[in-house]
Design a protein around this ligand. Structure first.
Ligand SMILES: Nc1ncnc2c1ncn2[C@@H]1O[C@H](COP(=O)(O)OP(=O)(O)OP(=O)(O)O)[C@@H](O)[C@H]1O
Length: 309
């Protein structure tokens, strides 16, 4: 296995060819820049990964070329939810054990998946040279995609904020628990005040009734309108649904396993609405567009900061 050298100039990578993954094409086709949607939550366990997996699957089922990127290096579980067995993950890429393309998995119906794994290193800990290497590694994948869904870790760690800041849209998942609402507000506050995020989509999960989702949103909106300079949009609500739990047990997206159950219908509706958000401006249709934004906006890595001090 050839190890990646993030300090090296652009070079051709070896490994799994993009053609091995359905829907992956090998040449630039002049498409618009991909839409990047970051899925985040203040508190853990509210259903963020379920949302990411089902949104991405619903988008791919609607004909969107979609990449699902798991960035939760601490508690990755996108691959588990989809019953995929990664040989390599992003953590292996950072550790120099494989190329980025080696991590690419073929999910259901042509969904592309880049899995994460347990590990401590994060994007923001990489040196600027390593960042450049990562841009090149993504560009070598040559993936013309329409949408990238980024499943983040819970909380307000630097890496989460950076991914959210680099994405065109941020979905904050919230459920009807005091800690979930408080932590969602904390996340929105930091995104708005420290990272200049001006628009957040709020998605209520595990609601008993539609009105509960709307009330949750209004709670968040009232406080945000008073103290923050950010626009909150109500994306909708996913009902608490036993079929979703069953789908997780089967390691499938609920939109595939039980397409007519209430949560699957809600996920399709949210995917449809997300496609109506304004497209990002940008000439290129490749993932490096996102990575370049990521790097431009990332705080200086710790090593560089201490060297400069
Ligand atoms: N709409 C729903 N209906 C019923 N159960 C749900 C729903 N959404 C999530 N769950 C339950 O909540 C559990 C946690 O969901 P999930 O792993 O998606 O949360 P998470 O926010 O990504 O968690 P973590 O922060 O640990 O990564 C699931 O295993 C599932 O049992």
């Amino acid at each position: 296995m050839q190890s990646p050298d993030f300090n090296a100039p652009h070079r051709t990578a070896s490994g799994v060819t993009p053609q091995a993954v359905p829907h992956v094409r090998s040449a630039a086709d002049g498409a618009a820049a991909p839409r990047v949607i970051a899925v985040a939550s203040g508190k853990g366990g509210v259903g963020k990964t379920s949302v990411s997996v089902n949104l991405a699957t619903a988008l791919v089922n609607a004909g969107q070329r979609t990449l699902l990127l798991d960035t939760d290096l601490g508690l990755a579980n996108v691959d588990v939810m989809l019953g995929l067995s990664p040989r390599f993950t992003l953590a292996d890429v950072f550790a120099g054990r494989c190329e980025l393309r080696d991590t690419l998995l073929a999910g259901p119906n042509g969904l592309m998946v880049v899995p994460a794994a347990s590990g401590k290193r994060h994007m923001t800990e990489l040196t600027p040279q390593q960042h450049v290497g990562l841009v090149h590694a993504f560009s070598e994948l040559d993936l013309p995609i329409d949408t990238m869904v980024v499943d983040n870790a819970a909380g307000i760690a630097d890496g989460v904020l950076t991914f959210c800041q680099a994405a065109q849209d941020v979905i904050v998942v919230v459920c009807d628990e005091p800690a979930s609402v408080t932590d969602a507000y904390a996340l929105i506050k930091v995104l708005s005040r420290e990272r200049g995020v001006s628009r957040v989509q709020v998605l209520a999960n595990q609601v008993q009734h539609a009105v509960e989702g709307r009330q949750l949103f209004e709670k968040l909106e009232r406080v945000s309108a008073r103290f923050l300079d950010v626009t909150l949009n109500y994306l909708g609500a996913i009902p608490r649904d036993e079929w979703l739990r069953r789908a997780i047990q089967r390691q499938e997206a609920v939109v595939d396993a039980f397409p007519s159950c209430p949560s699957a219908i809600a996920f399709r509706d949210i995917a449809r609405r997300s496609r109506q958000w304004q497209s990002p401006a940008g000439p290129r249709g490749h993932v490096e567009f996102f990575i370049e934004r990521l790097i431009a906006q990332a705080p200086a890595p710790a090593a560089a900061r201490s060297a400069a001090a």
